[in-house]
Design a protein around this ligand. Structure first.
Ligand code: TYD
Ligand code: MG
Length: 450
């Protein structure tokens, strides 16, 4: 038995013979930890050992991937139409966001299909208590509390379940390396063993992985390369909405996303997000604007809220929830320079309702409209919504999928939509007035002329 001491970056897996403060590969600080790796005599470390000889491309007959229906619309959608047998899916997210709940619930919805939930974190009793909160009628769901990967795989070989959940990769370990559970070496080795097992036996694994805000904790980056699909479960734990995004998908697109609502009885699929995200500004409050946004491939309307007030102390505060703060600062600078707003002595708070994080640049215009509305204390009409990216010169830039945005707004009963000028539409909608604008100032005139 040969023991080696190495220092391994817990973020990216780079190795060094001595402790380093900053990783020269990924640039993270303080991620190097000592790892003593003992290779157990006789046990082979698993690398790629597929024994299929190379074949001529034109002799290979490709069949479409068969997929396992997960009986959960949002989950199926993000996977690209179901789970591919033999694939490894990593379900990542911060602690407490609902990964275990999602994984258990998905298995509970599989009905009579035989499934296995292996948890290294919770006892069978805890799993049962959680399951009692969730809907579903699993006839063939097996649970086990186990941290040894070898044991889990032997159960899988005996039982032959159709789907296996491992919760979580950081709490299970293999005997083939003698490094502590949760260390990068363990995580990588376990993932490699799971990969080999999954491909050879055509069993899909759903692997839960904790990722902290800084993205540290044993090797998410390393895992991303090994697995077929990386799903990120995110949201604000204080709010009820959760978004499931595909960050990598060998069997589907990465632009799909699933939306869930965390309730007392588990995660509910949200198939029509707009209706939930709009708070129906009946009272005519100022500081609210509605954006026709697209996240992934899905159009939905979201409410942008802004509060502009005189700065109580010397330095004005700018804070943003759900929207990039740097982008907010840029939009505020455009307001100062191009529209003549005096915001230097003002605090600006911005919030996307529902605790969602939106990356779509087309909500720029709604962000500016919300700031305008709060600053002038004039409420915007509640039947108008906006879509447009704003450039540094205050020009409104074209947005993707404009037709879809308009259709969604019309469907939800909006009467007017402000859009970038000059964008061609496939169909001219009937029930909604389209107001094309070139400049921010033009949009503002439309918004506050009554
Ligand atoms: P959990 O799945 O344990 O999160 P993770 O595995 O990502 O760490 O769920 C965390 C939170 O979800 C917990 O605070 C309780 C809440 N929750 C509900 O609101 N409703 C439910 O039905 C369940 C099971 C949990
Ligand atoms: Mg958990």
């Amino acid at each position: 038995m040969k023991a080696t001491v190495e220092y391994v970056c817990q973020n990216c897996g780079a190795r060094a013979p001595k402790q380093l403060g900053r990783c020269p590969v990924c640039g993270e600080w303080g991620t190097y930890e000592e790892e003593v790796t003992e290779r157990v005599a006789g046990s082979k470390l698993i690398r790629s050992t597929f024994s299929n000889p190379p074949q001529r491309l034109h002799e290979v007959t490709a069949t479409a991937e068969t997929r396992l229906n997960m009986h959960n619309g949002e989950f199926n959608r993000v996977l690209g139409g179901g789970l591919v047998p033999g694939s490894l899916v990593l379900l990542g997210g911060e602690p407490g966001i609902g990964k275990s709940t999602l994984a258990l619930q998905v298995l509970m919805q599989m009905g009579s299909k035989k499934t296995l939930y292996a948890s290294g974190e919770e006892s069978v009793n805890q799993l049962k208590l959680r399951a009692e909160r969730l809907a579903g009628n699993p006839e063939n769901l097996y649970i086990v509390s186990e941290t040894s990967l070898e044991k889990i795989l032997s159960y899988v070989s005996e039982m032959k379940p159709e789907v296996v959940v491992i919760d979580s990769i950081q709490t299970i370990g293999t005997e083939s390396v003698e490094s502590t559970i949760g260390s990068l070496t363990q995580v990588r080795e376990c993932a490699a063993m799971l990969l080999k097992y999954a491909k050879e036996n055509n069993v899909p694994f759903l692997i839960v992985g904790h990722i902290t805000k800084e993205g540290s904790l044993a090797g998410p980056k390393v895992l991303e390369h090994i697995v077929d699909t990386v799903l990120q479960f995110e949201g604000d734990p204080q709010h009820m909405y959760r978004i499931l995004r595909a960050q990598k998908n060998r069997f589907g697109s990465t632009s799909e996303l699933g939306i869930f609502e965390m309730r007392n009885d588990g995660l509910r699929e949200v198939s029509n997000p707009s209706e939930l995200l709009l708070s129906n500004n009946q009272e005519g409050l100022s500081g609210i604007a509605i954006a026709a946004a697209v996240e992934g491939l899905r159009p939905f309307l979201i409410e942008v809220q802004a509060l502009v007030s005189s700065a109580a102390y010397g330095t004005p505060q700018r804070s943003s929830t759900g929207f990039d703060l740097r982008r907010l600062n840029m939009l505020l600078a455009v307001l100062e320079k191009r529209v003549g707003f005096k915001l230097l002595q003002k605090d600006v708070f911005l919030n996307i309702a529902g605790g969602l994080r939106v990356n779509d640049p087309a909500i720029d215009l709604a962000v500016m409209a919300a700031v305008l509305s709060s600053n002038t204390d004039i409420a915007l009409d509640n039947d108008i919504c906006l879509a447009g990216e704003v450039g540094l010169a205050g020009e409104i830039r074209p947005v993707s999928r404009l037709d879809q945005r308009i259709r969604e707004a019309e469907k939800l009963g909006f009467k007017k939509i402000i859009v970038p000028a000059g964008q061609q539409l496939a169909v001219q909608p009937q029930g909604i007035q389209i107001i094309p604008v070139r400049k921010v100032a033009e949009a503002f005139r439309t918004l506050i002329q009554k």
